[in-house]
Ligand binder design. Structure first.
Ligand SMILES: [Fe+2]
Length: 222
């Protein structure tokens, strides 16, 4: 499958199209604040969007997802614990079919209870669970450092090292990266135990500083 990575809005959100090149069927992953970049790409490439998937319920990812689903007559997909209304409930291990391809859902709570990652066998779309160089915040409602540690270390790190990580925000040095490289460069993944992982969360909030975002814990992480 092939990936279109598009940046939308003022919070550096990444949204995606995951495309089965043979059939032209596609899955949209989040839509952010603005559906126009996705709609233009779909029309230019004459794709057929079957699903509009929410990585989690935070507005910067799903504010326009219903609008997008209706434009393409696609099913809006979210984790079964998601508070947003949706057409299709999914849970960890579920499979969605895009063209002839299977796309698997991983339930990865930690940033929020309803956080999911989407895996096609080569690419992993991580929403705010895993960013380039850090993990997502765990201090919002429904967040849990313990769950985040389990999601990262018991699920995501079990995937093949060549898996490409596609995050929900453009907060890293690069827009996407192989899991093997991320494992070395990201303190949340290189942590050898839960205590080191907690240290990585504190390190992230203490050192993160980006233009326009100020520094420290004011950074949004979605
Ligand atoms: Fe978020």
């Amino acid at each position: 499958m092939s990936v279109r990575q598009l940046k939308v809005g003022d919070m550096q959100n990444f949204v995606y199209l995951l495309v089965d090149d043979r059939s032209g069927e596609a899955m949209a992953i989040d839509s952010g604040w603005d559906i126009d970049p996705i709609v233009s790409t779909v029309r230019e490439e004459r794709l057929d969007v079957k699903f509009a998937v929410a990585t989690h319920h935070h507005s910067d990812h799903v504010a326009t997802l219903w609008q997008l689903a209706r434009v393409f007559d696609a099913k809006l997909v979210a984790h079964r614990s998601s508070p947003i209304s949706h057409d299709l409930d999914v849970d960890g291990g579920d499979i969605l079919r895009v063209g002839g391809r299977k796309v698997k859902i991983l339930h990865t709570p930690g940033h929020s209870e309803d956080s999911i990652c989407i895996y096609d066998g080569e690419n992993l779309f991580t929403g705010d669970t895993l960013l380039i160089g850090s993990s997502g915040r765990t201090d919002f409602e429904g967040g849990s450092p313990r769950n985040m540690y389990r999601s990262l270390h018991s699920l995501i790190l079990k995937l093949p090292p060549k898996t490409i990580i596609y995050p929900g925000h453009d907060y890293g040095r690069v827009p996407f990266r192989k899991l093997a490289e991320e494992r070395k460069a990201n303190p949340a993944l290189s942590a050898r135990n839960y205590s080191e992982f907690l240290g990585s969360l504190e390190l992230g909030s203490a050192t993160l500083s980006r233009p326009g975002l100020g520094s420290g814990s004011s950074a949004p992480w979605g």
